[in-house]
Design a protein around this ligand. Structure first.
Ligand code: ZN
Length: 175
């Protein structure tokens, strides 16, 4: 089954689960809860600034927009192209991988970054991902630029009861 990223690189979805034959987003109620959870979270963080930029800049205007997302919803790390290498270096070389799948991933990376740590000059993060794909973030593919508006619309149209039935934690909407 083909995997696609939507909006940001990083999180990947089964194309057949999310989109129908015409490329339209399927009804959320037909998807796995985890898929819905990630899609809804993704629509909330799309357009947000890169975490690493934001930790360095006072003004959101000076931050790059996030291009990639790693980690689990609500403890995800979003990064611009420039800072992705720092994250991957931390993950591979500085013990970050022990936080894989953990809700402490974001805090742990932020702490490391705020302490002044960076990837060495020229660290080729993406090559390292390819070497050991099993426990690392997925290699990049160009994200689909469609779909999240439809997710938003579906969520808006849902009643409170429907959201509860899907166990959609409303925290996923917060950024
Ligand atoms: Zn950045």
């Amino acid at each position: 089954m083909a995997k696609v990223s939507i909006g940001l690189r990083g999180w990947r979805f089964d194309e057949d689960e999310v989109f129908d034959e015409e490329g339209n987003v399927r009804p959320l109620v037909e998807m796995d809860d985890d898929t819905v959870y990630r899609l809804v979270r993704l629509s909330a963080i799309l357009g947000e600034p890169c975490d690493a930029c934001w930790l360095q800049e006072d003004d959101v205007e000076d931050c790059n927009a996030a291009a990639i997302v790693y980690g689990e919803p609500l403890s995800e790390v979003v990064l611009c192209e420039r800072h992705e290498a720092d994250f991957l270096y931390w993950f591979r070389e500085e013990g970050g991988s022990e936080y894989a799948g953990s809700d402490e991933l974001q805090d742990a990376f932020h702490e490391w970054f705020v302490s002044g740590n960076r990837a060495p000059e020229g660290y080729a993060g993406l090559d390292h991902v390819e070497e050991n794909p099993s426990d690392l973030p997925e290699p990049p593919t160009e994200p689909e630029q469609c779909g999240l508006d439809e997710v938003d619309e579906q969520v808006d149209e849902m009643s409170e009861a429907e959201r509860e039935a899907m166990d959609l934690d409303t925290d996923v909407f917060d950024v």
